[in-house]
Design a protein around this ligand. Structure first.
Ligand code: UDP
Length: 315
Protein backbone atom coordinates (compact mmCIF):
# COMPACT_ATOMS: atom_id res chain seq x y z
CA UNK A 1 0.00 0.00 0.00
CA UNK A 2 1.20 3.51 -0.81
CA UNK A 3 2.34 5.38 2.27
CA UNK A 4 1.40 9.04 2.41
CA UNK A 5 2.91 11.74 4.57
CA UNK A 6 0.52 12.70 7.35
CA UNK A 7 -0.21 16.34 8.12
CA UNK A 8 -2.02 17.29 11.31
CA UNK A 9 -3.91 20.57 10.84
CA UNK A 10 -5.24 22.07 14.07
CA UNK A 11 -7.99 24.51 13.21
CA UNK A 12 -8.50 22.86 9.83
CA UNK A 13 -12.26 23.55 9.81
CA UNK A 14 -11.75 27.31 9.81
CA UNK A 15 -11.43 29.65 6.86
CA UNK A 16 -7.66 29.42 6.31
CA UNK A 17 -7.51 25.87 7.64
CA UNK A 18 -9.97 24.71 5.00
CA UNK A 19 -7.86 26.13 2.17
CA UNK A 20 -4.69 24.67 3.67
CA UNK A 21 -6.24 21.19 4.06
CA UNK A 22 -7.44 21.28 0.46
CA UNK A 23 -3.98 22.24 -0.79
CA UNK A 24 -2.29 19.53 1.28
CA UNK A 25 -4.75 16.95 -0.07
CA UNK A 26 -4.05 18.17 -3.63
CA UNK A 27 -0.36 17.58 -2.93
CA UNK A 28 -1.15 13.98 -1.94
CA UNK A 29 -0.74 14.23 1.83
CA UNK A 30 -2.98 12.46 4.27
CA UNK A 31 -4.66 15.19 6.33
CA UNK A 32 -5.99 14.86 9.84
CA UNK A 33 -7.97 17.94 10.79
CA UNK A 34 -8.38 18.67 14.51
CA UNK A 35 -11.04 21.24 15.32
CA UNK A 36 -13.47 21.88 18.16
CA UNK A 37 -15.83 23.73 15.76
CA UNK A 38 -15.90 26.82 17.98
CA UNK A 39 -15.54 28.97 14.86
CA UNK A 40 -14.71 26.33 12.26
CA UNK A 41 -17.62 24.83 10.33
CA UNK A 42 -18.90 21.39 9.47
CA UNK A 43 -19.68 22.74 5.98
CA UNK A 44 -15.97 23.13 5.39
CA UNK A 45 -15.39 19.60 6.65
CA UNK A 46 -18.10 18.23 4.36
CA UNK A 47 -16.47 19.87 1.35
CA UNK A 48 -13.26 17.94 2.08
CA UNK A 49 -14.79 14.69 3.22
CA UNK A 50 -15.08 13.16 -0.25
CA UNK A 51 -11.31 12.74 -0.28
CA UNK A 52 -10.27 9.40 1.28
CA UNK A 53 -7.03 11.00 2.51
CA UNK A 54 -8.99 13.40 4.73
CA UNK A 55 -10.08 12.74 8.29
CA UNK A 56 -11.78 15.05 10.77
CA UNK A 57 -11.38 14.68 14.53
CA UNK A 58 -13.56 16.82 16.78
CA UNK A 59 -10.96 17.75 19.36
CA UNK A 60 -10.06 20.79 21.47
CA UNK A 61 -6.30 21.37 21.60
CA UNK A 62 -6.64 22.37 25.26
CA UNK A 63 -6.45 18.60 25.73
CA UNK A 64 -3.37 16.70 24.55
CA UNK A 65 -3.98 14.65 21.40
CA UNK A 66 -2.52 11.20 21.00
CA UNK A 67 -4.66 9.60 18.30
CA UNK A 68 -1.98 9.09 15.63
CA UNK A 69 1.05 6.83 15.39
CA UNK A 70 2.61 8.77 12.57
CA UNK A 71 2.69 12.54 12.10
CA UNK A 72 5.03 14.15 9.55
CA UNK A 73 4.06 17.77 10.04
CA UNK A 74 1.93 19.84 12.40
CA UNK A 75 0.20 23.08 11.43
CA UNK A 76 -1.30 25.12 14.26
CA UNK A 77 -4.11 27.38 13.07
CA UNK A 78 -6.40 26.66 16.00
CA UNK A 79 -7.67 29.91 17.52
CA UNK A 80 -10.64 32.17 16.86
CA UNK A 81 -9.20 35.00 14.75
CA UNK A 82 -11.96 37.52 14.12
CA UNK A 83 -12.13 40.24 16.83
CA UNK A 84 -15.80 39.59 17.78
CA UNK A 85 -15.07 35.86 18.02
CA UNK A 86 -11.83 36.01 19.99
CA UNK A 87 -13.33 38.64 22.32
CA UNK A 88 -16.45 36.56 23.06
CA UNK A 89 -14.55 34.32 25.48
CA UNK A 90 -11.18 36.03 25.91
CA UNK A 91 -9.96 33.73 28.68
CA UNK A 92 -10.51 30.78 26.37
CA UNK A 93 -8.63 32.61 23.59
CA UNK A 94 -5.56 33.04 25.79
CA UNK A 95 -5.82 29.42 26.94
CA UNK A 96 -6.08 28.18 23.36
CA UNK A 97 -2.95 30.12 22.41
CA UNK A 98 -0.90 29.12 25.42
CA UNK A 99 -2.06 25.66 26.49
CA UNK A 100 -3.14 24.56 23.01
CA UNK A 101 0.16 25.52 21.39
CA UNK A 102 2.10 23.93 24.25
CA UNK A 103 0.22 20.65 23.74
CA UNK A 104 0.92 20.66 20.01
CA UNK A 105 4.58 21.57 20.43
CA UNK A 106 4.99 18.63 22.81
CA UNK A 107 3.37 16.44 20.16
CA UNK A 108 5.82 17.76 17.53
CA UNK A 109 8.70 16.98 19.89
CA UNK A 110 7.42 13.44 20.45
CA UNK A 111 7.10 12.82 16.70
CA UNK A 112 10.25 14.70 15.73
CA UNK A 113 8.29 16.55 13.07
CA UNK A 114 8.22 20.17 11.89
CA UNK A 115 5.70 22.51 13.48
CA UNK A 116 4.27 25.59 11.78
CA UNK A 117 2.63 28.26 13.93
CA UNK A 118 0.07 30.60 12.43
CA UNK A 119 0.97 33.83 14.18
CA UNK A 120 -0.37 37.21 13.22
CA UNK A 121 0.33 40.83 12.33
CA UNK A 122 -1.47 41.56 15.63
CA UNK A 123 1.85 40.91 17.38
CA UNK A 124 2.79 44.40 16.12
CA UNK A 125 -0.25 45.93 17.85
CA UNK A 126 -0.91 49.57 16.95
CA UNK A 127 2.38 49.79 15.08
CA UNK A 128 4.48 52.92 15.41
CA UNK A 129 6.25 52.19 12.12
CA UNK A 130 4.81 51.39 8.72
CA UNK A 131 5.33 48.98 7.00
CA UNK A 132 6.17 46.49 9.72
CA UNK A 133 9.29 44.32 9.34
CA UNK A 134 9.78 41.19 11.47
CA UNK A 135 12.47 43.01 13.47
CA UNK A 136 9.88 45.44 14.88
CA UNK A 137 8.96 44.46 18.45
CA UNK A 138 5.49 45.94 18.27
CA UNK A 139 3.32 48.29 20.28
CA UNK A 140 0.81 46.07 22.05
CA UNK A 141 -1.52 47.02 24.88
CA UNK A 142 -1.13 44.11 27.34
CA UNK A 143 -4.42 44.76 29.17
CA UNK A 144 -6.94 45.75 26.49
CA UNK A 145 -9.78 43.93 24.77
CA UNK A 146 -7.53 42.70 21.94
CA UNK A 147 -4.80 41.53 24.30
CA UNK A 148 -6.11 37.97 24.68
CA UNK A 149 -5.34 37.48 21.00
CA UNK A 150 -2.33 39.81 20.57
CA UNK A 151 -0.48 38.71 23.68
CA UNK A 152 -1.78 35.15 23.27
CA UNK A 153 -0.18 34.96 19.82
CA UNK A 154 3.01 36.61 21.07
CA UNK A 155 3.13 33.85 23.65
CA UNK A 156 2.75 31.19 20.93
CA UNK A 157 5.84 32.66 19.29
CA UNK A 158 7.95 32.49 22.43
CA UNK A 159 6.80 28.93 23.10
CA UNK A 160 7.90 28.02 19.58
CA UNK A 161 11.29 29.69 19.95
CA UNK A 162 11.95 28.11 23.34
CA UNK A 163 10.95 24.66 22.05
CA UNK A 164 13.41 25.28 19.23
CA UNK A 165 16.27 26.43 21.50
CA UNK A 166 15.63 24.13 24.45
CA UNK A 167 14.15 21.00 22.86
CA UNK A 168 15.36 21.29 19.25
CA UNK A 169 11.88 21.20 17.73
CA UNK A 170 11.86 22.28 14.08
CA UNK A 171 9.51 25.25 14.44
CA UNK A 172 8.36 27.70 11.76
CA UNK A 173 6.51 30.92 12.55
CA UNK A 174 4.50 32.90 10.01
CA UNK A 175 2.89 36.23 10.86
CA UNK A 176 -0.29 36.37 8.84
CA UNK A 177 -1.70 39.75 7.79
CA UNK A 178 -5.38 40.34 6.94
CA UNK A 179 -6.56 37.53 4.69
CA UNK A 180 -9.81 37.15 2.75
CA UNK A 181 -11.34 34.88 0.15
CA UNK A 182 -14.05 32.36 -0.63
CA UNK A 183 -15.23 30.22 2.26
CA UNK A 184 -15.09 32.98 4.87
CA UNK A 185 -18.08 32.49 7.14
CA UNK A 186 -20.97 34.87 6.50
CA UNK A 187 -21.01 35.76 10.21
CA UNK A 188 -17.22 35.95 10.51
CA UNK A 189 -17.39 39.58 11.62
CA UNK A 190 -14.24 40.76 9.85
CA UNK A 191 -14.30 43.69 7.53
CA UNK A 192 -14.22 42.02 4.10
CA UNK A 193 -17.01 39.53 4.79
CA UNK A 194 -19.12 42.14 6.64
CA UNK A 195 -18.85 44.62 3.78
CA UNK A 196 -19.57 42.05 1.06
CA UNK A 197 -22.61 40.64 2.87
CA UNK A 198 -23.90 44.18 3.51
CA UNK A 199 -23.22 45.29 -0.09
CA UNK A 200 -24.96 42.27 -1.63
CA UNK A 201 -28.03 42.96 0.50
CA UNK A 202 -27.92 46.70 -0.31
CA UNK A 203 -27.71 47.25 3.46
CA UNK A 204 -25.66 50.06 5.07
CA UNK A 205 -21.92 49.42 5.15
CA UNK A 206 -20.72 49.69 8.76
CA UNK A 207 -17.52 51.71 8.93
CA UNK A 208 -15.94 51.76 12.38
CA UNK A 209 -14.37 55.13 13.16
CA UNK A 210 -13.88 57.47 10.20
CA UNK A 211 -12.58 54.72 7.92
CA UNK A 212 -9.12 56.28 7.59
CA UNK A 213 -7.45 53.33 9.35
CA UNK A 214 -5.65 51.04 6.93
CA UNK A 215 -5.20 47.33 6.37
CA UNK A 216 -3.45 45.37 3.59
CA UNK A 217 -5.49 42.46 2.28
CA UNK A 218 -4.08 39.16 1.04
CA UNK A 219 -5.98 36.59 -0.99
CA UNK A 220 -6.13 33.27 0.83
CA UNK A 221 -4.48 31.20 -1.92
CA UNK A 222 -1.44 33.48 -1.80
CA UNK A 223 -1.22 32.87 1.92
CA UNK A 224 -1.43 29.08 1.56
CA UNK A 225 1.36 29.15 -1.02
CA UNK A 226 3.55 31.10 1.43
CA UNK A 227 2.76 28.68 4.25
CA UNK A 228 3.63 25.66 2.09
CA UNK A 229 6.97 27.25 1.20
CA UNK A 230 7.65 28.01 4.85
CA UNK A 231 7.02 24.40 5.87
CA UNK A 232 9.50 23.32 3.17
CA UNK A 233 12.37 25.45 4.52
CA UNK A 234 15.32 23.61 6.10
CA UNK A 235 15.29 22.76 9.81
CA UNK A 236 16.77 25.67 11.73
CA UNK A 237 14.95 28.32 9.73
CA UNK A 238 12.32 29.40 12.26
CA UNK A 239 11.19 32.79 10.99
CA UNK A 240 9.12 34.64 12.00
CA UNK A 241 8.22 35.56 8.44
CA UNK A 242 5.55 38.08 7.50
CA UNK A 243 2.99 36.84 4.97
CA UNK A 244 0.79 39.58 3.62
CA UNK A 245 -0.02 41.70 0.62
CA UNK A 246 1.65 45.14 0.88
CA UNK A 247 -1.20 46.82 -1.06
CA UNK A 248 -2.36 49.10 1.78
CA UNK A 249 -5.90 50.52 1.66
CA UNK A 250 -8.02 52.60 3.97
CA UNK A 251 -11.20 50.93 5.23
CA UNK A 252 -13.25 53.62 3.49
CA UNK A 253 -11.49 52.84 0.22
CA UNK A 254 -12.23 49.14 0.71
CA UNK A 255 -15.91 49.95 1.23
CA UNK A 256 -16.09 51.95 -2.04
CA UNK A 257 -14.30 49.20 -3.92
CA UNK A 258 -16.67 46.50 -2.67
CA UNK A 259 -19.71 48.67 -3.45
CA UNK A 260 -18.43 49.19 -7.01
CA UNK A 261 -17.45 45.57 -7.65
CA UNK A 262 -20.74 44.21 -6.36
CA UNK A 263 -22.89 46.86 -8.10
CA UNK A 264 -24.44 47.72 -4.73
CA UNK A 265 -26.68 50.62 -3.71
CA UNK A 266 -25.47 50.51 -0.10
CA UNK A 267 -24.81 53.72 1.83
CA UNK A 268 -21.97 54.12 4.34
CA UNK A 269 -22.78 54.43 8.05
CA UNK A 270 -20.27 55.26 10.73
CA UNK A 271 -20.02 53.43 14.06
CA UNK A 272 -17.61 53.85 16.99
CA UNK A 273 -14.08 52.61 16.50
CA UNK A 274 -13.38 49.67 18.86
CA UNK A 275 -10.60 50.35 21.37
CA UNK A 276 -7.02 49.51 20.41
CA UNK A 277 -7.98 49.19 16.73
CA UNK A 278 -4.62 49.57 14.91
CA UNK A 279 -4.36 52.72 12.77
CA UNK A 280 -2.10 51.43 10.02
CA UNK A 281 -1.03 47.98 8.96
CA UNK A 282 1.15 46.97 6.06
CA UNK A 283 3.56 44.06 5.84
CA UNK A 284 7.21 44.43 4.93
CA UNK A 285 7.65 41.21 2.93
CA UNK A 286 11.34 41.53 2.09
CA UNK A 287 12.19 38.46 4.17
CA UNK A 288 9.45 36.31 2.58
CA UNK A 289 10.87 37.24 -0.83
CA UNK A 290 14.41 36.32 0.12
CA UNK A 291 13.79 33.23 2.24
CA UNK A 292 10.78 31.73 0.45
CA UNK A 293 10.92 33.31 -3.00
CA UNK A 294 7.35 34.34 -2.23
CA UNK A 295 5.23 37.34 -3.00
CA UNK A 296 1.45 37.60 -3.37
CA UNK A 297 0.11 37.12 -6.90
CA UNK A 298 -3.59 38.03 -6.66
CA UNK A 299 -4.47 41.75 -6.89
CA UNK A 300 -7.14 43.01 -4.49
CA UNK A 301 -9.78 43.63 -7.18
CA UNK A 302 -9.43 40.11 -8.60
CA UNK A 303 -9.56 38.49 -5.19
CA UNK A 304 -12.56 40.55 -4.15
CA UNK A 305 -14.42 39.60 -7.36
CA UNK A 306 -13.86 35.90 -6.61
CA UNK A 307 -14.95 36.42 -3.00
CA UNK A 308 -18.07 38.35 -3.99
CA UNK A 309 -19.00 35.53 -6.42
CA UNK A 310 -18.61 33.04 -3.58
CA UNK A 311 -20.85 35.05 -1.24
CA UNK A 312 -23.47 35.52 -3.99
CA UNK A 313 -23.84 31.74 -4.08
CA UNK A 314 -23.73 31.16 -0.35
CA UNK A 315 -26.09 33.77 1.17
N1 UDP B 1 -14.14 47.28 10.41
C1 UDP B 1 -15.13 48.13 9.96
N2 UDP B 1 -16.39 47.62 9.78
C2 UDP B 1 -16.68 46.32 10.01
C3 UDP B 1 -15.67 45.46 10.47
C4 UDP B 1 -14.40 45.98 10.66
O1 UDP B 1 -14.90 49.33 9.72
O2 UDP B 1 -17.86 45.94 9.80
C5 UDP B 1 -12.77 47.83 10.58
C6 UDP B 1 -12.12 47.52 11.92
O3 UDP B 1 -12.44 48.48 12.89
C7 UDP B 1 -10.65 47.53 11.54
C8 UDP B 1 -10.63 47.02 10.11
O4 UDP B 1 -11.95 47.20 9.61
O5 UDP B 1 -10.14 48.84 11.55
C9 UDP B 1 -10.25 45.54 10.00
O6 UDP B 1 -11.05 44.85 10.91
P1 UDP B 1 -11.09 43.27 10.99
O7 UDP B 1 -12.02 42.92 12.10
O8 UDP B 1 -11.37 42.70 9.65
O9 UDP B 1 -9.60 42.81 11.34
P2 UDP B 1 -8.42 43.37 12.25
O10 UDP B 1 -7.35 43.70 11.27
O11 UDP B 1 -8.87 44.60 12.99
O12 UDP B 1 -8.10 42.26 13.16
Amino acid sequence: MKSHKTALVAGGAGFIGFHLCRRLLDEGLEVVCLDNLQTGSLDNIQKLSGNPLFRFVNHDILQPYSGLQRIDQIWNLACPASPPHYQRNPINTTKTCVIGTLNLLELAQMHGCPFLQASTSEVYGDAAINPQPESYYGNVNPIGIRSCYDEGKRCTEILCMDFFRQNRVNVKIVRIFNTYGPNMAVGDGRVVSNFIVQALGNKPITIYGDGSQTRSFMYVEDLVEGMMRMMDTPAGFTGPVNLGNPDERSIKELASLIIRLSGSRSALIYQPLPSDDPHRRQPDITLAGKALGWSPAVPLEDGLRRTIDYFKKSI
